[in-house]
Design a protein around this ligand. Structure first.
Ligand SMILES: O=C(O)CCC(=O)C(=O)O
Ligand SMILES: [Fe+2]
Length: 318
């Protein structure tokens, strides 16, 4: 049982930690580490976690490990991934936000199946935008499912290799280590039958043949500016339950996403340094909807409506 004196002490420590947070954010403390430190259900005490974070920070700062490791892991690899593999280093070196992107934003801008002209005033905005029914006409809405993507990759070693080498595989909370594992899954688990572990994954498709075969079923989103840049890579996110864990993306442009199957809740929040002046947001996307978000500045995570399978296509524009 926790007595009231311990609780009071914990409150004081929590307060002190939040003050320290502001000072140390300049040099970077990852969001998840901050959250764990104030989470009372964590088996370690708050003071212990603060000490570990500060010690870690001191070692990294003192020996200039940030520059060295980020050079080796980020730029050395030559690939800009949606979520960097060395998330801690990147989080610790990211620019501190001036919060202008989230001031007075309490809900997404909602448009209904916007045309290019209607979307134009919002293009390139950092505000979250939801376009209802934007993609209901896409053939992909009827064609894309788990089996479509399994067939797309089947017996294509080069395509699997491209995910590992040039693209990225994101397992979130699932126990998979590669896209191959996902497509070798037991049929009952694919269907999320009771007694089977829930799963949610995402991966980049950058193999030219795979991309061409995917794009056969959807065009460039019709509302995007004619001259906007698009990468030769499109992500698929699919699965159940917990969805994507809270993160920032390490990408060059703004993000668009098409919700193809299932209903998904987006939970987005400003960076910790903006939490006092900006709000956290939560909103639902349904099949056929488009969401546009600056995932470089908005922390974002998703949860899938229980009992539903979610599938989305995601890419960048700018
Ligand atoms: O769709 C999801 O579950 C997450 C997508 C995501 O992280 C992104 O689009 O950047
Ligand atoms: Fe993301």
């Amino acid at each position: 049982m926790v007595n009231s004196e311990t609780e009071a002490n914990e409150k004081i420590l929590e307060q002190k930690f939040l003050e320290l947070n502001k000072i140390y954010l300049k040099n970077g403390v990852p969001l998840e580490a901050l959250e764990k430190a104030i989470n009372k259900s964590n088996k370690h005490s708050t003071g212990f976690i603060i000490s570990i974070i500060l010690l870690l920070f001191a070692v990294i700062y003192e020996f200039d490990i940030i520059n060295f490791v980020s050079y080796l892991l980020v730029y050395g690899k030559g690939v800009r991934c949606i979520v960097p593999n060395n998330y801690f280093v990147w989080e610790a070196t990211r620019q501190i936000s001036d919060c202008s992107f989230c001031l007075n934003v309490t809900e997404p801008i909602i448009l209904n199946n916007a045309t290019k002209e209607e979307f134009q005033p919002y293009a390139y905005s950092s505000k979250p935008i939801l376009i209802k029914n934007a993609f209901i006409h896409w053939p992909a809405m009827k064609i894309f499912n788990f089996e479509f993507f399994r067939d797309l990759y089947s017996n294509n070693e080069e395509a699997y290799k491209s995910v590992d080498d040039e693209c990225q595989f994101l397992h979130f909370k699932s126990d998979f280590t590669s896209l191959r594992d996902v497509f070798n899954m037991d049929e009952n688990r694919i269907l999320n039958k009771p007694g089977y572990k829930s799963w949610y994954v995402g991966w980049g498709n950058c193999h030219p043949d795979i991309l061409e075969r995917m794009r056969h079923y959807y065009p460039k989103p019709h509302f995007l500016p004619e001259d906007c840049e698009m990468p030769s890579k499109e992500y698929v996110f699919m699965g159940y339950g917990a969805g994507a864990t809270m993160h920032l993306d390490f990408i060059n442009r703004l993000m668009w996403q098409a919700q193809i199957q299932g209903t998904k809740t987006w939970n987005i929040r400003p960076a910790p340094e903006c939490e006092e002046v900006c709000s956290k947001l939560s909103f639902i996307v349904e099949p056929g909807d488009a969401i546009l978000l600056d995932t470089r500045v908005w922390y974002h995570g998703t949860t899938i409506t229980p009992g539903e399978f979610s599938l989305s296509i995601q890419s960048e524009y700018g």
